[in-house]
Ligand binder design. Structure first.
Ligand SMILES: [Zn+2]
Length: 149
């Protein structure tokens, strides 16, 4: 996998928000081949994000992780009851998981969510202590990047 080693030895965990497509990499000065980018709804640090980071760190020489949240994140206003209703209307089963609301990982505050995410990564037993983990928030309008931790 040596050929896919990111040039900047960097992994970025961020949100799937469409406004960040190209915008975030442009603001960070990240080009093709520079970094691993892991995205999900709300840049929540799930076990699957940890799995990707483990591969990035141990197989692809990543030494630095940036968790980048953004202003006006949709995961702050996601409504589990509304989703449940829509699932039922469309013949899906919202009871596949014991608690849909928890499973959705709604966030309360974008900045707090980033700081919590950084702490989860730093304290995860699979992540070595020599990796730098930092948290940032980007303003989706101005592109201003603020370091949180
Ligand atoms: Zn978001």
């Amino acid at each position: 996998m040596g050929h896919a080693t990111p040039r900047k030895k960097l992994a970025i965990v961020t949100c799937m928000d469409a406004r960040l497509v190209n915008f975030l990499s442009e603001k960070l000065g990240i080009k093709k081949g520079d970094a691993k980018v892991i995205k999900n709804a709300g840049n929540v640090i799930t076990e699957d994000v940890i799995r990707s980071l483990v591969v990035a760190i141990y197989c692809l020489d990543v030494e630095r992780v940036m968790v980048v949240g953004h202003t006006d994140c949709g995961m702050k206003s996601v409504d589990a009851e509304e989703i449940k209703k829509k699932m039922l209307e469309r013949g899906a089963n919202p009871y596949f998981t014991p608690n849909l609301k928890c499973w959705l990982n709604k966030i309360d505050d974008e900045e707090k969510n980033v700081i919590e995410g950084v702490n989860i990564i730093k304290n995860h037993p699979a992540i070595p202590k020599d990796v730098t983990v930092e948290g940032y928030i980007i303003d989706v309008e101005t592109g201003e990047l603020k370091k949180l931790c």
